[in-house]
Design a protein around this ligand. Structure first.
Ligand code: ADP
Ligand code: MG
Length: 363
């Protein structure tokens, strides 16, 4: 598990005060005269709803830090997107089977870290899954399954071992024509980490970034308490299955409730099993808890592919990482460290939920 050591190794479970269950609400806060000011902004970025929260006595610093974090996420999107034709990733994809492409060190490293997660997860997480996204659409437009030959063809083009990295000249080669890479399962986590870094470098010691379900928080919430993070029931998003009181932690959920398609009465999530080329069935959501949002993001997808039994075993082998899996039937599986915490603590008092609007942010 070298990869995990490369990331932030120690998950400080004492910081997770209480648990209930699956994501994405930051709870509203009560003001008192002594509390520092804060700024909170919801923006659509990377095709998802991002929420930034900066807490600091200097309100203008809060605003500035969020603006810079938003710019940073846009910069990352332009670099790693496989949708934008001019991105370096698209160039790598266009050159599949034709030769190496020189990329920025930043993208090179992101691919390198992605390959490490692939290796640790034995290919459950694989950025070259993307050859399958040519035949699967999760926007409701598909009415029948793709034919088995197209699925088999896409599987032939999946394989992280066919992504070659040359450290001397930072080139990336996809060795087979038809291969394609995509960062859908790791890019938002990376963006969340970077947004946090930009904000903390500016002096924001308390804050939160929620990158479309990939949440990272640091320090304390506006009322001086730890952050409250609700984990939504994947079968009824308005119902919280559990909630956490956390600081300095990332909570990432991969769920089939955001993007899926129904074909012939079956429900298919947008996560592809790289070994079969078919979308995963049977899992409703996976939440991963660890200090690093990028790692949590990638692992949530990997565990989704593994399913509850293998997924929990996998999480338990990783130091500093905990998780919750909810299957199709609503059954919940938790890793041991989390379970202990869950039973050790009491339910936190409910706080009013603060609703914030979402708007498309113009430059
Ligand atoms: P979400 O986007 O809901 O946060 P994930 O982080 O699990 O969920 O990312 C799912 C996305 O990752 C898919 O939409 C697709 O772009 C990509 N993906 C699908 N299957 C895999 C896989 N096996 N390995 C890596 N990326 C994948
Ligand atoms: Mg993910």
């Amino acid at each position: 598990m070298y990869m995990v050591l490369d990331y932030m190794p120690v998950l400080n479970w004492p910081f997770i005060k209480r648990l209930f269950l699956v994501i994405l609400f930051t709870f509203g806060v009560t003001y008192s005269q002594n509390t520092p000011s804060y700024e909170q902004k919801a923006v659509k970025l990377m095709g998802s709803a991002f929420i930034f929260k900066a807490i600091h006595e200097d309100q203008s610093l809060c605003i500035e830090s969020i603006d810079k974090a938003i710019k940073e996420v846009r910069r990352i999107e332009a670099l790693i997107s496989s949708w934008q034709a001019n991105s370096q990733t698209s160039k790598v994809n266009r050159m599949a089977g034709r030769g190496p492409v020189k990329v920025d060190w930043e993208l090179f490293q992101l691919i390198h870290r992605s390959l490490k997660v692939s290796s640790v997860s034995r290919g459950s997480f694989d950025i070259s899954f993307a050859s399958a996204d040519r035949i699967w659409k999760f926007d409701g437009s598909m009415t029948s399954l793709p034919d088995s030959e197209s699925v088999a063809e896409s599987v032939r083009n999946i394989g992280y071992e066919n992504i070659l990295l040359n450290f001397k000249d930072t080139t990336v080669t996809l060795t087979k024509e038809g291969m394609k890479i995509g960062f859908g399962a790791i890019g938002k986590g990376y963006a969340a980490n970077r947004a946090k870094a930009v904000m903390t470098e500016l002096g924001i010691k308390n804050g939160l970034v929620n990158a479309g379900g990939d949440l990272i928080c640091w320090g304390k919430d506006i009322d001086g308490n730890d952050f409250h993070v609700g984990i939504a029931d994947p079968h009824d998003k308005s119902n919280m299955l559990a909630w956490l009181v956390i600081n300095d932690l990332s909570v990432v959920t991969s769920g089939d409730y955001e993007r899926y398609t129904h074909i012939d009465g079956n429900r298919y999530a947008h996560i592809i099993n790289p070994k079969t080329g078919y979308p995963v069935q049977g899992v409703a959501s996976v939440s991963i808890f660890c200090p690093d949002a990028e790692l949590a993001d990638a692992l949530a997808t990997a565990v989704f592919v593994m399913g509850p039994a293998d997924g929990i075993k996998f999480i338990e082998r990783l130091r500093g990482i905990e998780g919750i899996i909810v299957d199709d039937e609503g059954e919940m599986f938790t890793s041991k460290g989390l379970e202990l915490q869950y039973y050790a603590e009491k339910k936190p008092e409910a706080k009013p939920l603060k609703k914030i609007g979402l708007k498309d942010e113009k430059n």
